[in-house]
Design a protein around this ligand. Structure first.
Ligand code: ASP
Length: 406
C-alpha cells in the first residue's frame, strides 16, 4: 500500500462528507456544543493561516506580475490592448456575478444563518466616494499590512513594481529578491492548502451541527448561481467579442477552444493549461507572437471566472450574515474582485484564497468562507474553464487589432 492513496481533491471531498455526517449526528443527538468547543477552534487555526497568507501573496504576486511585463514601453501597443481587454471583461464578469447573485438572493434562496457571537457583520463601507478614494492611498505601509487593507496593499504593490521597473539595472536585486520571496510564499501557501481537509472537516461539522441540514440546499444553489454566471459570461462576452473583434462565429470559437476548456475544467489550473490554450489559439488563427505574450499574462492576471465566483460567493456569504449589500458596497466588490482576480495565481484553489480579500474589503467575516470551502473544487472547475477561454478570446481579438494597425 502506498502511503499517499488520495490526492488533495479526494481528501477534501472525504473531509466534506465526514464533516457533514458528524455535523448531522451532533445536531440529532444534541451535542452541538462539542463541535463548537472542540472542532471549530481547529478550523479557526486554519482560517488564521489563510488570513495570514493573503497579504504576502497579494503583494508578491502583483509585484512579480508587474515586473514580469518588463519594460512597459517595450510591451507597447499589444500590452495596453491586452490589459484593457482583461480589465473590461473582468469588470463585466463582476457585474454578471453580482447580478446573478442578487437575483438568487432576491428570491430568498440565500439564507441568513444564526451566527455565533464574534462572527457578526461589521459594515466597513459607510464612507462616501471621496473618503473611499482617499482611503485607498496608504499613509503607512505597515498599517496597511497589519490591518489587511487590501486596496492599500495593491497600491503599495503597484508602486513597488513600478519602482523596480523604473530603477532599471539598479532594481535587478530587488526584482530577484521579490521573485525569490514569492517562490517561498507560494510554498507556504501550498503547505496551508494541504491542511484544507482538516479545516473543511472541522468547520463543516460545526456549520452543519449548528445550522442543521438546511444549509446544504443553499450551498447547492450558490453553485448553480456561479455556473449560470460562468455560462452567461461565456455566451455574452466571448461570443460577442469573438464575433465583433475577431470575426469568428461563436460556435467555431467554442469548438476551437474546447480542448483547452476541457483541460482547464479537469486540471483547475490556467497555468497548467497554457500549452493546450496556445495550441487552440494558434489553430484558430492567433498570431504566434501575440499568443506568446497574451496567454501567459492572461493565465496570471486574467481571471473572469474567478471574478464571477468571487462576486456570487460574496453576495451569498453576506446574505448568510443577514446583510444585503448597499450600492457603494457593490461597487467596492466590483473593484476588489477585479483586483483580487488579477492577484489570483493561475493554480488550483487560488481564487478561493483571494475571496478573503473581497470579503475583508466590505467587512464580511473571513470565517464565512468555510461554508463553501468544501465544495471549492466544483466552483474552481468552472471558473478555470472560463479563465482560459477569456485568454484565448483575447489573443484572437488582439491579433485582429494588430492587423488593422499595420
Ligand atoms: N484555478 C484558477 C485558475 O487557475 C484560479 C482560481 O482558483 O480561481 O485559473
Amino acid at each position: 500500500m502506498t502511503k499517499k492513496k488520495f490526492g488533495l481533491p479526494a481528501q477534501i471531498l472525504i473531509a466534506l462528507v465526514l464533516g457533514i455526517a458528524v455535523g448531522l449526528i451532533c445536531s440529532a443527538t444534541g451535542t452541538t456544543a462539542f463541535t463548537a468547543d472542540f472542532l471549530k477552534p481547529i478550523g479557526t487555526i486554519f482560517i488564521n493561516l489563510l488570513k495570514f497568507i493573503v497579504v504576502p501573496i497579494v503583494i508578491l504576486s502583483m509585484i512579480s506580475g508587474i515586473v514580469s511585463m518588463g519594460d512597459l514601453k517595450k510591451v507597447g501597443s499589444v500590452g495596453w490592448k491586452t490589459v484593457a481587454f482583461f480589465l473590461v471583461t473582468t469588470a463585466i464578469a463582476c457585474v454578471i456575478g453580482l447580478g446573478v447573485g442578487s437575483i438568487f438572493n432576491g428570491q430568498g434562496w440565500f439564507p441568513a444563518l444564526a451566527l455565533e457571537e464574534g462572527a457578526t457583520w461589521e459594515s466597513a463601507t459607510s464612507a462616501n466616494f471621496m473618503d473611499t478614494l482617499v482611503g485607498i492611498f496608504p499613509s503607512n505601509m505597515w498599517t496597511a499590512f497589519s490591518t489587511a487593507n487590501m486596496l492599500q496593499v495593491i497600491v503599495i504593490a503597484l508602486l513597488i513594481g513600478g519602482g523596480i521597473l523604473a530603477a532599471g539595472e539598479r532594481g535587478e536585486l530587488a526584482k530577484k529578491f521579490f521573485d525569490s520571496i514569492y517562490a517561498v510564499f507560494e510554498q507556504v501557501m501550498g503547505f496551508i492548502i494541504k491542511l484544507s481537509p482538516i479545516g473543511v472537516f472541522t468547520m463543516m461539522a460545526w456549520v452543519v451541527a449548528t445550522q442543521g441540514a438546511n444549509i446544504l440546499g443553499p450551498i447547492a444553489l450558490v453553485l448553480l448561481a456561479a455556473y449560470i454566471g460562468y455560462f452567461l459570461h461565456a455566451v455574452v462576452v466571448y461570443s460577442v467579442s469573438a464575433k465583433i473583434f475577431a470575426h469568428k462565429n461563436p460556435v467555431e470559437f467554442f469548438k476551437g477552444a474546447a480542448a483547452a476548456m476541457i483541460f482547464a475544467f479537469t486540471s483547475t489550473s490556467s497555468v497548467a493549461t497554457l500549452p493546450v490554450s496556445a495550441e487552440c489559439a494558434e489553430k484558430m488563427g492567433a498570431d504566434k507572437g501575440v499568443a506568446a505574450f497574451v496567454l501567459p499574462l492572461g493565465a496570471t492576471i486574467n481571471m473572469d471566472g474567478t471574478a464571477v465566483y468571487q462576486c456570487v460567493a460574496t453576495i451569498f456569504l453576506a446574505a448568510c450574515c443577514g446583510v444585503n449589500l448597499s450600492m457603494s458596497q457593490l461597487i467596492m466588490v466590483v473593484i476588489t474582485a477585479t483586483l483580487a482576480s488579477i492577484g489570483t495565481a493561475g493554480v488550483s484553489g487560488a481564487g478561493m484564497i483571494m475571496l478573503a480579500m473581497v470579503l475583508e474589503s466590505i467587512g464580511v467575516p473571513v470565517e464565512m468562507i468555510m461554508i463553501i470551502y468544501g465544495v471549492d473544487r466544483l466552483f474552481d472547475m468552472g471558473r478555470t474553464c472560463l479563465n482560459v477561454t477569456g485568454d484565448i478570446a483575447c489573443s484572437l481579438c488582439v491579433t485582429e487589432w494588430q492587423k488593422k494597425q499595420k
